[in-house]
Design a protein. Structure first.
Length: 505
């Protein structure tokens, strides 16, 4: 027995060795791993969506953060702000302190993207944009600011102009002839305005710069100077848009707020309880940009249609049960590299159903890359709230758009601004008027002084009451721009906005 035992042990170890040699560990597949991991947060991004340099220096490191992969402890700590925003981020455990993925798997994912990403994205042909915008007069206000930082530019029903400015932390009212009537100090970034005829409801970001800190608020500014202002809602994570409606059918006006945030944020419903508001989270994700209240399914209850960017990009409908409970349905899904920047509900084909006007053009997360999918889209509604792309106008860095019959010839034209145009080759993309020729083609125009500002917000209205639509463009004179003298000129001229007065009538 003693002699047999060593022999049996030899056979056992030999068999184990053979089994191990016959079943070596399978080499991880980077594509499969990426697909499995990415779809837990957003749509799977193909390597072709970004150039190799952007993948290597920005996107892959950022993906690594989500799985606890950092170059150093200091790199992780730098992700947390030294304020309440940092505490919120730590509570969410968005950036785990230790790796959540095998190192070989992570190397396979990186290899897959860097081996398949293009050196550069395809470039579309240069646009033929004429600087002869004869249909519009350019009106420049006398009022100047030190560093134009418009976060809001609206026409009022009475023909006045409302302007929010981040740098001066102000909300200003201008007359129809562009004289400054009043200005008031608010926190940084007055970005969204609701006028209920007696009161301005002003949504204020609290910080224009990206942050998770809950510095934002909604202020009530009574038009009667004898009534004091108040702040009914505070603690918002960088809000960028608010909509007002009675969503629970109790006779009081509720509020839906897009808390864009940074790494964290949400689409929030503030239920009006009379003296106070109760906050309810509709979707606990950052990147909400616009939220409109409309009855989308004809049941008599107001629903919410919201645009999300910041990773999990897409458009959702939140169907209302009539008492302010919502069922979320994603109706359009976009790539996380899409760069969604604006959305509006319009009836583009006049069939009685609300379609979606959408712009993609955000380019602020890394060194700007000209993307062939940036521009203005129209998605048509089939009547059942299924949406299909109908039109696309390419425009590098598109940030806002208006579809209307500007020249009153019976077809729809397009006015669009870009915050990230191709500054080197076509800086005139900052504003483009696409005039419909009636045959399915569009002529492109801009005004000669188009680059006297960097247009970030836009509104359309018949502000001079002559029967046609005018435009206001608000300027924000910073963010990434090539060293071509633009920023210096914007600061020197100090132009906060311009009006394009339509001369059709």
């Amino acid at each position: 027995m003693k002699k047999l035992l060593p022999f049996l042990l030899f056979l056992f170890f030999f068999a184990c060795k053979e089994a191990h040699e016959e079943t070596p560990k399978k080499k991880p597949n980077g594509e499969t791993l990426a697909k499995n991991l990415c779809i837990s947060c957003h749509a799977y991004p193909e390597p072709s969506l970004l150039d190799k340099e952007t993948w290597e220096n920005y996107m892959l490191p950022r993906m690594g953060y989500m799985y606890g992969i950092y170059k150093s402890t200091e790199e992780r700590e730098a992700l947390f702000e030294n304020n309440e925003g940092g505490s919120i981020l730590k509570e969410r455990n968005l950036f785990p302190p230790t790796p959540q993925i095998d190192s070989l798997d992570w190397e396979a994912i990186k290899h897959f993207y860097l081996s398949n990403a293009p050196d550069s994205l395809p470039r579309l042909p240069k646009k033929n944009i004429s600087k002869t915008l004869d249909q519009f007069n350019v009106i420049i206000p006398n009022q100047k600011v030190q560093v134009p930082s418009s976060t809001m530019a609206y026409f009022s029903e009475e023909g006045m102009i409302y302007l929010g400015d981040a740098m001066t932390k102000s909300f200003s009212v201008f007359s129809g002839d562009l004289e400054l009537l009043s200005t008031g100090n608010v926190q940084e970034g007055a970005v969204s305005l609701y006028d209920d005829s007696e009161t301005f409801w002003l949504t204020v970001m609290g910080s224009f710069a990206p942050t998770d800190a809950p510095l934002g608020l909604i202020a009530k500014l009574p038009k009667n100077p004898g009534v004091p202002a108040s702040v009914p809602i505070t603690g918002l994570q960088r809000p960028v848009h608010s909509s007002y409606a009675d969503l629970d059918n109790d006779g009081d006006e509720d509020i839906v707020v897009c808390e864009f945030g940074k790494w964290t944020g949400s689409l929030s419903f503030f239920r009006n309880e009379g003296a106070t508001y109760t906050k309810e989270i509709m979707h606990p994700q950052p990147g909400a940009i616009k939220a409109y209240v409309k009855d989308m399914n004809g049941d008599g209850f107001e629903d919410v249609v919201a645009l999300f960017a910041q990773g999990d990009e897409g458009i959702d409908i939140f169907y209302n049960d009539g008492v302010g409970n919502f069922d979320r349905k994603r109706v359009l899904t976009f790539s996380p590299s899409m760069g969604g920047s604006f959305m509006k509900l319009i009836d583009y084909n006049d069939d009685g159903f609300l379609d979606i006007l959408y712009t993609a053009g955000d380019n602020a997360d890394y060194k700007p890359v000209m993307k062939p999918w940036h521009g203005v889209y129209v998605f048509l509604n089939d009547g059942e709230n299924n949406f299909e792309q109908h039109r696309f106008w390419h425009l590098n860095g598109a940030y806002n758009a208006v579809v209307e019959d500007f020249d009153a010839d019976g077809d729809k034209d397009l006015a669009a601004i870009s915050f990230f145009p191709d500054w080197v080759n076509t800086p005139e993309e900052s504003f483009v008027y696409f005039q419909n020729d009636g045959e399915g083609e569009y002529l492109m125009f801009t005004f000669p002084e188009v680059n006297i500002g960097r247009w970030v917000v836009m509104d359309a209205s018949d502000y001079d009451k002559d029967g046609d639509l005018d435009l206001i463009l608000g300027s924000l004179a910073f963010e990434v721009v090539p060293k071509m003298g633009y920023i210096e000129q914007w600061v020197k001229d100090g132009i906060p906005f311009v009006i394009l007065e339509n001369t059709k009538f």
